[in-house]
Design a protein around this ligand. Structure first.
Ligand code: ADP
Length: 352
């Protein structure tokens, strides 16, 4: 062992390391006597080394966690190796810090001896989670309800003034109505994604891929006819997957409506499926503009729309599609050539 190695491996070397990290480290007896706490711990909780003799490890844990502390101790003493916990720590000046980390117990002659704790501060993460919860709750009530009322009012007004043939008011109300519809769609899509991310369960069953595609294509056909684009289903028989039909229909509908949206009138969108070993790939091929190179890495992100290339929509469709496919344990991707067209595809595990 050379000199450097022996320093690094020595007690002093390890002590140095503990003092230099930002995570909070503590060694305590089961009664809560603090044997050692590192610099990050002392600084975060505001105790000097001499003050540590006067407090116990239990004192710095928020009272609401005390029952959980007992349960965790019982698990540690029963020999469970590492127990992961979330706690709120209370500093000397009364400030609270949410932390997460792990506890482990050292045994001596078969008896619990002392406990080691490593925590890191999750204040920022908790803050971000709270903001997101607030936003979701605001979008589902405070924003959505008045917007739905405005939308209904605008639609009624539009119906009322239409027979009057007053061109200008009809235009103005029509504009307000379309923008309102867009906002309603955006909020719906945002809440849908938040739900998926929060872990809404799938209703899975065995699906015949051909029948599934047929149903989706039939429903979306009017959009193709309206845009002057043929949506052609190229059958592939005998393929089955396990999945949530409504959710997968949402994915396929989004891919087809994007393909239609970004195709030229008179174009064709092909919807197909192929079996590949133990997987099934479903694809949607268009001969539209293709996806700009610089936009490709962002396309599955939230609110992503290519610059100068957005045709309505929320920019959430592909983010939702990705979340749904990945929830099924599948993969989503695309191949695109600027000026020639794009194929979006998703792959799912084959059902026997
Ligand atoms: P949007 O509601 O805006 O369609 P998506 O997440 O479904 O949201 O799509 C995001 C963006 O990806 C689109 O605005 C468009 O710029 C690009 N895009 C998606 N599908 C295609 C396609 N088939 N061809 C060209 N660009 C596409």
């Amino acid at each position: 062992m050379d000199e450097l190695e022996s320093i690094v491996r020595s007690e002093a070397g390890l002590h140095d390391l503990l003092e230099s990290i930002d995570d909070l480290v503590a060694f305590a007896t089961l009664e809560g006597r603090l044997i050692y706490v590192n610099r990050a711990w002392r600084e975060k909780l505001g105790y000097s080394e001499s003050e540590l003799q006067k407090i116990t490890s239990y004192q710095i844990i928020h009272p609401s966690h005390q029952d959980d502390v007992k349960a965790t101790n019982a698990r540690l003493m029963s020999g469970e190796g590492i127990v992961r916990v979330e706690r709120i720590l209370v500093a000397k000046d009364g400030r609270h810090f949410p932390v997460e980390g792990s506890l482990s117990c050292r045994f001596k002659s078969g008896k619990p001896w002392y406990v080691r704790a490593i925590f890191h501060d999750i204040t920022e993460r908790k803050h971000a989670e709270k903001m997101k919860d607030d936003l979701v709750s605001m979008a589902s009530h405070e924003l959505r309800n008045p917007l739905m009322a405005i939308r209904t009012a605008l639609h009624l007004l539009h119906e009322e003034i239409s027979p009057t043939k007053l061109e200008r008011p009809i235009q103005v109300v029509g504009l307000a109505m379309r923008n309102c519809d867009r906002m309603v769609d955006l909020i719906k899509a945002y809440l849908d994604l938040a739900n998926l991310e929060a872990g809404a369960p799938l209703k899975e069953r065995d699906l015949d891929v051909n029948e599934f595609i047929e149903r989706v294509v039939e429903l979306i056909q009017p959009i193709g006819i309206h845009a002057g684009i043929e949506i052609r289903h190229e059958g592939a028989f005998g393929l089955r997957v396990r999945g949530d039909e409504d959710r997968l229909a949402q994915v396929l509908t989004n891919l087809i409506s994007n393909a239609v949206k970004f195709s030229k009138t008179g174009g064709m969108v092909r919807v197909w499926a192929v079996g590949r070993a133990d997987r099934v790939r479903v694809g949607v091929t268009d001969s539209g503009d293709g996806i700009p190179l610089e936009f490709r890495s962002k396309i599955f992100g939230k609110f992503a729309q290519a610059e100068g290339h957005a045709r309505g929509g929320s920019g959430l469709g592909l983010a939702i599609s990705k979340a749904i496919v990945e929830k099924h344990g599948g993969e989503i991707g695309f191949d695109s050539e600027v000026g020639k067209g794009t194929t979006f595809h998703f792959e799912l595990k084959r059902a026997s």
